[in-house]
Design a protein around this ligand. Structure first.
Ligand code: SAH
Ligand code: AVI
Length: 340
């Protein structure tokens, strides 16, 4: 594990300010094979956890989704961060910014800009399951911010936080994009409770969450006209083909996403266009799909201020600040771990 001392060695060249380390799982966690046996080989509905979207191509496709005109969450949260980043950095003055599911870190730049204006030169630790996105984003960050040290952490945030490096001084944990909405309610509570247990009393959490809104806007965001979300969804079949020596024919499935007001969530599926058989050679298994049979690939929950606050409270946090985008489109909550 990299210690805080190692992190703060004088390092002048961009390359020396970018470290990459693997975070081993803190407990036995299902891998692709087990997840496929549990979710895809069973049903109904057949299902897959969303983390398998994010191979190198999936991360690029997600970034392209963020630029589609219909996908409002990224630009909405970015504008909100632009407005409140200085206040957050001034209030927290973190020595470290630790970001879960960081991806390209594009919006986190608002916090780094605020670090400059507030003269608070934090170190950055992006934690993500996708090695390639961390390397690519980390390289740009150390070039663009000549004071920034990036300690990129590759691992699965569902595998516990015990093996995350323990940084000395105050950390601001950041979980943006509304990714908390990709967790089922009980998963979200477990995840945030574990994070809280890992945090020091002085640390803070900045949590971004998408809000319940006009179903038409939600529907459009997950069904962009250019078909980038469809490509992102279908890419998971390519991941299965590569990793499990499977023979999914992507053209044999279509993307389907719709908003369910009752559960306040988007459900995203891949739907079989016909009866078909798929072999998973590495598992020695085969799948028989009926015409119209679905694979649930993601849920994306939308929150009200009350439901988001309740989630944080039940997970052991107290909300210090709530920043809202215009028309209640997106929320950022700054929360403090409650002493137990
Ligand atoms: N925070 C960024 C990216 C969101 S996309 C934003 O707001 O735009 C979700 C990110 O979480 C991806 O980069 C993906 O690789 C990462 N991710 C998904 N499941 C993960 C897991 N189980 N552990 C760690 N990272 C994960
Ligand atoms: C990463 N996550 C918050 C995105 C979302 O909106 O739920 C993933 C995504 N799926 C389809 N489009 C974007």
């Amino acid at each position: 594990m990299t210690t805080d001392e190692e992190m703060t060695t004088t390092a002048d060249t961009p390359g020396e300010r970018l470290l990459l380390q693997q975070v081993p799982p803190a407990r036995p966690t299902a891998g692709l094979e087990e997840d496929v046996r549990r979710g895809l080989l069973r049903g109904p509905p057949r299902s897959l956890p969303p983390k398998y979207f994010y191979d190198a191509r999936g991360s690029v496709l997600f970034d392209r989704i963020c630029d589609t005109p219909e996908y409002y969450p990224t630009r909405t949260e970015d504008a909100l961060l632009e407005r409140c980043a200085a206040a957050i950095i001034a209030a927290v003055r973190p020595k470290h910014i630790v970001e879960l599911g960081a991806g390209t870190s594009r919006k986190t730049r608002r916090l780094f800009d605020a670090c400059v204006s507030e003269a608070c030169h934090s170190a950055y630790a992006p934690f993500d399951v996708c090695h390639d996105v961390l390397v690519e984003a980390g390289g740009s960050l150390v070039n663009d911010y000549d004071w920034l040290t990036v300690n990129a952490l590759v691992g699965d945030y569902h595998a516990g936080f015990d093996h995350l490096p323990r940084f000395e001084g105050r950390s601001l944990f950041v979980f943006l994009g509304g990714t908390i909405g990709n967790f089922y309610p009980e998963e979200a509570v477990e995840f945030l409770s574990e994070l809280r247990a890992h945090m020091q009393p002085d640390d803070r959490l900045l949590l971004g969450a998408d809000r319940v809104k006009d179903p038409a806007a939600l529907h459009a965001a997950y069904n962009d006209a250019a078909g980038v979300t469809a490509e992102f969804n279908l890419n998971v079949l390519e991941v299965l083909n590569r990793e499990l020596d499977a023979d999914f024919v992507c053209e044999g499935f279509y993307h389907h996403a719709c908003y369910h007001p009752g559960t306040q969530r988007i459900e995203m599926y891949l739907v079989s266009k016909r009866r078909q058989r798929v072999r998973l050679r590495r598992l020695n298994e085969q799948l028989e799909f009926a015409d119209g049979e679905e694979i649930l690939t993601e849920i994306s929950r939308k929150f009200t201020p009350e439901s988001l606050r309740a989630l944080l409270t039940v997970s052991g946090f107290r909300v210090e600040e709530h920043f809202e985008a215009p028309e209640g489109y997106f929320s950022l909550m700054l929360a403090v771990p409650v002493e137990t």
